[in-house]
Design a protein around this ligand. Structure first.
Ligand SMILES: [Zn+2]
Ligand SMILES: [Zn+2]
Length: 302
């Protein structure tokens, strides 16, 4: 199996370190043969989006994160929209400069927000990026109250996550589902509902032939005690047992937020986790391009 990784961030999102080139060099050093750079997708009209999110605000934390993002027009979660061309140019430079050492792809990690599906389609249609991965962190609004990794996730939140993810996968815009088990970070008891949601997500991905990602981000945070069990927040052992039974294709994702995140020890930990859970690990996947026929012409970017 080739060493590959399609989940890479840069300093541009405001919570990571490393330029495109620094990430590439670090990946080369650890022997990665194919690398996808997948910064959190910049959103046009982001300030408008944030203003519309005011209705979702619950509590000061959510409010402060919104104000912060509004002032910066992006960072803390995603790069500002005007930086996109520069990001893509830098990746292109790396593709040329390191073509003998590594194969590089352009991508984004994108939210499954319906109002942006046309925009995502235009990114693929115009070949700005090679692929998108679905990293669904938020329901409707990019603010903390709507964050699916928050503490105290309720039953209705996890079913909402499930519905959002199913709908997004069906668009054919997303080539794989990143950290599918994000919803379990703050929903600690793996009860019948958690099981149902996990099963539904795995089956939907299987039906559409879309791989699921075992994500290193949660492994980096280490094991934690959940109801007497020492497990990762994600990849969540209970979720992945189900994925093993359903027979999903599984891709490893470093979710690198720093050049040092590319390292052999982490690669081995991810592989071990997959082995323990009987997962069918793959090193590549099809780059899905969305259903063009549903795309209503040029996306209006003011
Ligand atoms: Zn990130
Ligand atoms: Zn993510």
């Amino acid at each position: 199996m080739k060493k590959t990784n399609f989940h890479t961030h840069t300093y541009r999102c405001g919570h990571a370190n490393g330029s495109e080139e620094e990430m590439v060099c670090s990946a080369i050093k650890m022997g990665i043969e194919e690398l996808g750079i997948s910064e959190h997708v910049p959103l046009p009209h982001y300030r408008q989006h944030l203003l519309k999110s005011l209705v979702a605000i619950r509590g000061p934390r959510s409010f402060l994160s919104l104000v912060h993002a509004f002032i910066q027009n992006g960072p803390s979660m995603r790069m500002p929209y005007p930086d996109m061309e520069n990001y893509l140019d830098k990746i292109k430079e790396c593709q040329d400069k390191y073509q003998d050492q590594i194969r590089i792809y352009k991508g984004f990690e994108a939210e499954g927000l319906e109002e942006y599906f046309d925009y995502y389609q235009s990114l693929l249609y115009e070949h700005k990026v090679d692929y998108l991965i679905l990293g669904h962190h938020f329901h409707k609004h990019c603010v903390h109250s709507d964050y699916y990794g928050k503490e105290n996730m309720k039953k209705k939140d996890i079913y909402q996550y499930c519905n959002d993810v199913e709908k997004a996968l069906e668009t054919g815009l997303f080539s794989y589902l990143a950290h599918p088990d994000l919803f379990l970070i703050g929903y600690k008891e793996f009860d019948l509902d958690a099981r149902t949601v996990s099963q539904r997500i795995c089956e939907k991905a299987k039906e559409l032939n879309i791989p699921l990602e075992v994500n290193a981000g949660g492994i980096r945070r280490g094991l934690r005690n959940v109801n007497g069990e020492m497990i990762y927040a994600y990849p969540n052992t209970h979720f992945w047992k189900i994925a093993g039974e359903v027979g999903n294709d599984v891709i490893l994702g470093f979710d690198a937020h720093d050049p040092s995140d590319f390292n052999e020890a982490m690669y081995k930990q991810m592989l071990d986790f997959c082995k323990e859970h009987n997962l069918n690990v793959i090193d590549h996947f099809d780059f899905l391009q969305g259903h063009f026929e549903k795309f209503q012409g040029e996306y209006d970017i003011r």
